[in-house]
Ligand binder design. Structure first.
Ligand code: AVJ
Length: 321
C-alpha cells in the first residue's frame, strides 16, 4: 500500500503572534481575546468533549445531516474531487463525506493545532489508503497556498461545525471570498451553519451542566499563563454565555470576580470587579440570511440540508464565476 500522507506544510502561528494578540486584546478598553487561540492541545481535547455533551447539539446534528444526505452531496460533487477542510479538528465529519464520494482524489486538512492535525491525518491515511493527504498547519484566515491538484477533477471546500459563526458577518464574507479564490474557478464549498433558534436551547449549549465549556473558556487563561508567563488565577474568573439578540449571536465571556491586576510577561492589566473579557462570538443565521451572505461573496447557493428540528444546516455553494 502506498504511503499517501504528504509532508506537513507548517505555518503554525508563532508565540509572537499569540503574545501580540493577547496584549492587544487585553489592552483595549473593551477586553477581548481571539477565540482561535482556544485550540492548544488541551483546548482541542476539551472541544472534542464539548461535541459529546447532551446540551451541545451542533456536532451530532450536523453529523446526522451529513450521514443522511452524504449520497446526495456526493452526487452534486461528482468523482475524483479534492477536498480542502478549513479547521479539520478530529476528522470525523470528513470521513462521512469521503466514504460517500466516488474515488476522492485528495484531502487537504488545514488546522491551527499541529499535533491534533497530524494525529487526525495519519489516522485518516490508514483508513483511506488510496487518498492523497496533504496537511497544512495554518490559521486559515491568513494566506496559504494549496498543493498541486494532480489528477483532481474538481476542488471542494469543507467548513463544517458552524465555525463560520465565529466570524462577524463582514469577516465571514471576506473568508468566503478568499476561500473561493483559493479553491479556484468552478469550485464548490460545503458549509455547516448553526441556525437561529430560541435562547433556551442556545444558552445551555454554551454553558453545560458538566462545566466542560467553562473549562474550555478558562483554558485560554491557562495557556496565557504557560506560554506567555501570565499570572491569571483561574478561580478569579467566571465563565458566562449569553445570547445577544441584536447581533444574532452567542457570546462567551470571562468575568472577573473581583478588582485585580494580572501580569503578562512584564505588562500589567487591571480588571474591575465584574469586568469581562469577551472570548468568542458564535453567530446564528437563518437559511435565507446565510444564502444572502454567500451570494455577497460570489457564491451561488446550490442546495441546503437540515435536520427535522431545523437546528442546523449544511449548505452547498458553487463558484458563481
Ligand atoms: C466549533 C467554533 C463552532 O462556536 O459553537 C463550542 C466552538 N465554543 N462551545 C462554537 C465552541 C463553545 C464552536 N465552534
Amino acid at each position: 500500500m502506498s504511503n499517501t500522507l504528504q509532508k506537513l506544510q507548517d505555518l503554525e502561528p508563532s508565540a509572537e503572534e499569540f503574545r501580540a494578540a493577547v496584549l492587544g486584546g487585553l489592552g483595549a478598553p473593551a477586553k477581548t481575546l481571539p477565540c482561535k487561540f482556544f485550540y492548544d492541545a488541551e483546548g482541542s481535547r476539551l472541544f472534542d468533549k464539548i461535541c459529546e455533551l447532551p446540551e451541545y447539539y451542533p456536532t451530532r446534528t450536523e453529523c446526522h445531516i451529513l450521514e443522511s444526505y452524504a449520497g446526495e452531496i456526493a452526487k452534486h460533487i461528482g468523482r475524483r474531487a479534492r477536498l480542502v477542510e478549513f479547521g479539520s479538528g478530529a476528522g470525523i465529519k470528513i470521513r462521512l463525506l469521503l466514504s460517500a464520494l466516488e474515488r476522492p482524489a485528495a484531502y487537504v486538512p488545514v488546522d491551527i493545532s499541529r499535533l491534533h492535525l497530524l494525529a487526525a491525518a495519519s489516522s485518516l491515511a490508514r483508513d483511506f489508503p488510496r487518498l492523497s493527504i496533504a496537511p497544512i498547519c495554518a490559521d486559515y484566515t491568513t494566506p496559504f497556498a494549496l498543493p498541486p491538484a494532480d489528477g483532481a477533477r474538481t476542488t471542494v471546500g469543507f467548513f463544517p461545525g458552524s465555525t463560520i459563526g465565529n466570524f462577524t458577518t463582514d469577516e465571514a464574507k471576506t473568508f468566503l471570498t478568499t476561500a473561493r479564490a483559493l479553491l479556484g474557478a468552478g469550485s464548490a464549498m460545503i458549509v455547516g451553519v448553526d441556525l437561529r433558534k430560541d435562547a433556551s436551547i442556545l444558552v445551555p449549549a454554551y454553558d453545560d451542566a458538566a462545566g466542560v465549556t467553562q473549562a474550555f473558556n478558562l483554558n485560554l487563561l491557562r495557556r496565557i499563563n504557560r506560554e506567555l508567563g501570565g499570572t491569571f488565577k483561574l478561580d478569579q474568573f467566571v465563565h458566562t454565555a449569553r445570547w445577544n439578540d441584536a447581533a444574532g449571536r452567542m457570546e462567551m465571556h470571562l468575568v472577573s470576580r473581583c478588582a485585580q491586576t494580572v501580569e503578562i510577561g512584564g505588562e500589567s492589566f487591571t480588571f474591575a470587579d465584574g469586568e469581562a473579557i469577551h472570548t468568542e462570538n458564535s453567530h446564528k443565521y437563518t437559511i435565507a440570511q446565510f444564502q444572502d451572505l454567500a451570494r455577497s461573496a460570489g457564491y451561488a447557493p446550490k442546495a441546503v440540508w437540515t435536520d427535522e428540528a431545523s437546528l442546523f444546516s449544511v449548505h452547498l455553494l458553487t463558484d458563481a464565476g
